[in-house]
Design a binder for this molecule. Sequence first.
Ligand code: PRP
Length: 219
Amino acid sequence: MRAEDKLVIALPKGRILDEAMPLVNAAGIIPEPAFDDPKSRLLRFGTNHPHIDIIRVRSFDVATFVAFGAAHLGIAGNDVLMEFDYPELYAPLDLGIGKCRLSVAEPESVAADDDPRRWSHIRIATKYPEVTRRHFAARGVQAECVKLNGAMELAPSLGLCTRIVDLVSSGATLLANGLKEVEVIAEVTSRLIVNRAALKTRPDEMTGWIEAFRKACGA
Ligand code: PRP
């Protein structure tokens, strides 16, 4: 088989991967040993299926690789899908993993005497400028977003802005940084995403894997 005919599955690095791998394995896909070797610098891995490769990339990049057809299937949170809104992506299956929420937070001291209903113009540090702008615009609030790629929780204490929009899971990161969650924008879980064009050009293979994941997560 030619390399370009292989089916490529994009998986997100980090926390979600630990929850995703049992599903990937239950769907019948086992990556080569280098995938579990922290010393390996490989980014693309073979699997027990000679025609399937796995790539491991940042969660936002999973959506981009699949949207452009560079990967055929992937696992991405609806936070990422909302931010990009790629029409080329189809998300047929909620995998029920990576549960968290996308929330607005501010310092405890500010939250004590603040009413989000009175906001008209706010500055927000976030990895999700599109979702944030849309969310606030819907109720007439102008949100000026400062794009950060991580460690948003530092921004209020250093005077970059008063508020942040970020993922909250246990709430421990907010607590450790003196921040309080004041509004939930969206509940988040990871979805199986597929490239729409691949679904048309390789229908049997693609629907076969969607069904395998559906069985694996008991949906
Ligand atoms: C996420 C998120 C928060 C943290 C929230 O970051 O951006 O910082 O987890 O989790 P908690 O409520 O359980 O404390 P992550 O550790 O995934 O790394 P990232 O900053 O690279 O996204």
